[in-house]
Structure formats: C-alpha cells, structure tokens
Design a protein around this ligand. Structure first.
Ligand code: SF4
Length: 138
C-alpha cells in the first residue's frame, strides 16, 4: 500500500475544510461584481466619486461622454464582459476577470458579489441580465 495513503490516514485532513467550512481568506479575494439595478440608469455624472486606480492598459477608456452609469461600466470593462441591450445590462460572468474596474468607476452602482461558486452546466447560464431601473441619486 502506498505510503502516502497510510500517512493520509494518520494525519487526517490537513488542507481546507471546504465546502463545509470555507477558508476565512475567501472574503479578501476578488470576486465578480454585483450590480444595483436602480443605479444603472442614472446619468453617469451623478454617480458617486470614482475610486482612484492606475491606468488600465487593457481598458477601453474612461468614456467621459457616457450617458448612463451602465454605459460607463461597459466602457471601462477591459474584458468585454458587459454590454447594453436596451434597458438591460448584460453581464457575462464567464468573461469577467474580477478586475474591479467597474466597481472603482461607479462604487454606488457596483459591489463585490463575494460569489466564488460559479460552475454552470451551460455557457448561457453564466450570462446575467440586469434591468436598468430609474432610481434616485444616492
Ligand atoms: S470591469 Fe472587471 S470586474 Fe467589472 S465586469 Fe469587467 S472584467 Fe468583471
């Protein structure tokens, strides 16, 4: 019998207790964004002050003329994970790299989802449609 098997029986589980007990470091890791519907249709200039971040060489620019917060998010996403479809923001979780550029650009409209269990049985299950509703400015 291989020695590693006997050693494993003696020591028990010495790595993570996932999924029963997720590791505490998970909360500090980047995760895909979650979007607040009521903030997406606001004029981009009414959003909360963007957080400073270094220029992203892969981004598509800061979109100073973006009409809405959703347009701004589409413009800053470097991986093309975001697009507009009428009054809907389409978010392709499968293309998102959790870079955080959208969250820094509009911190009142985007939060971290904290979601890591993203496995899906079909590609289309990874595409989320977020309605853009008009809400009052924060
Ligand atoms: S900007 Fe970054 S975090 Fe936001 S959707 Fe695009 S890839 Fe994901």
């Amino acid at each position: 019998m291989p020695q590693w098997f006997i050693r494993g029986l003696r020591r028990g589980i010495v790595t993570t207790r996932y999924p029963g007990h997720p590791d505490s470091s998970v909360s500090s890791l980047p995760s895909p964004p979650a979007f607040r519907s009521e903030a997406l249709a606001r004029p981009a200039h009414q959003r909360a002050a963007p957080r400073p971040f270094p220029p992203n060489p892969y981004g598509r620019g800061a979109a100073p003329s973006a009409a809405t917060v959703a347009d701004l998010l589409v413009a800053v996403c470097p991986s093309g994970a975001l697009r507009r479809d009428g009054d809907t923001l389409v978010f392709d979780v499968g293309a998102c790299t959790a870079c955080g550029a959208c969250r820094r650009a509009a911190p009142d409209a985007v939060v971290s989802s904290g979601e890591f269990e993203l496995a899906a049985t079909s590609r289309s299950a990874l595409v989320k449609r977020i309605p853009m509703t008009a809400g009052a400015a924060a």
